[in-house]
Design a protein around this ligand. Structure first.
Ligand code: HEC
Ligand code: HEC
Ligand code: HEC
Length: 127
């Protein structure tokens, strides 16, 4: 008969390592994001969280293909379709807003190779 006293602890340790991804959660808690300027986003925060990538893609298409530069939101407010001039005017701390969430979710948009982050304007150039 095996002695449980010797078998159980290494077995439990093995089980803990095996199931680590299940109980450890993602990379810790969601980091705190910089507070945006203004009262509200272009659309509701919940909608933006889920759809800002499609919205930006759509804006780019519209500007580049159709020269259509004005976006009218659900509430009838008008915004210029611009990554730097619109999004980053309210989210003026890109590092602690966009980047922080993207790092947490392992997303790496390449947009700022060309678009201006006003804080680092010497390395990018599209206004
Ligand atoms: C007029 C200012 C303003 C503009 C312009 C603006 N935002 Fe926002 N944004 C806000 C505010 C304020 C909030 C927080 C709203 C809330 O919590 O109800 C927010 C929330 C968000 C969120 C959700 C954040 C979270 O906590 O989950 C995302 C994502 C976002 N904005 C992306 C963008 C993008 C991308 C653009 C450009 C297409 C943009 N915003 C333009 C003010 C703005
Ligand atoms: C609350 C978290 C969060 C915030 C804040 C946030 N994003 Fe994102 N973003 C995401 C996630 C998650 C994805 C990937 C979604 C997917 O793959 O469907 C993404 C994707 C994108 C993409 C598409 C990337 C690609 O390679 O296709 C762009 C562009 C983008 N975000 C721009 C921004 C900008 C600009 C801001 C700041 C104004 C911002 N995001 C703020 C979570 C966030
Ligand atoms: C290779 C350089 C380059 C890259 C990378 C790039 N863009 Fe652009 N983008 C441009 C140029 C050039 C324009 C046209 C500028 C104009 O006519 O105002 C533009 C226009 C836009 C516009 C509308 C105009 C404005 O002021 O923002 C949006 C929105 C946009 N791009 C989003 C994106 C997003 C989102 C990404 C990343 C997923 C991205 N771009 C990556 C070069 C680039």
């Amino acid at each position: 008969m095996y002695n449980l006293k010797w078998i159980l602890p290494p077995f439990l340790a093995f089980l803990a390592i095996l199931t680590y991804p299940l109980w450890s959660g993602p990379k810790g808690a969601m980091p705190e994001l910089a507070k945006p300027k203004g009262e509200a986003c272009v659309e509701s925060a919940t909608w933006m969280r889920a759809n800002h990538m499609q919205l930006l893609d759509h804006w780019r298409e519209e500007v580049v293909r159709n020269q259509s530069r004005v976006y009218v939101n659900q509430a009838g407010q008008r915004f210029e379709k611009s990554l730097t001039k619109t999004c980053l005017s309210c989210h003026n701390n890109k590092q602690e807003f966009c980047d922080r969430c993207h790092n947490y979710t392992s997303v790496k948009p390449y947009c700022f190779e060309c678009h201006v982050d006003p804080k680092l304007s010497e390395v990018s150039h599209v206004q």
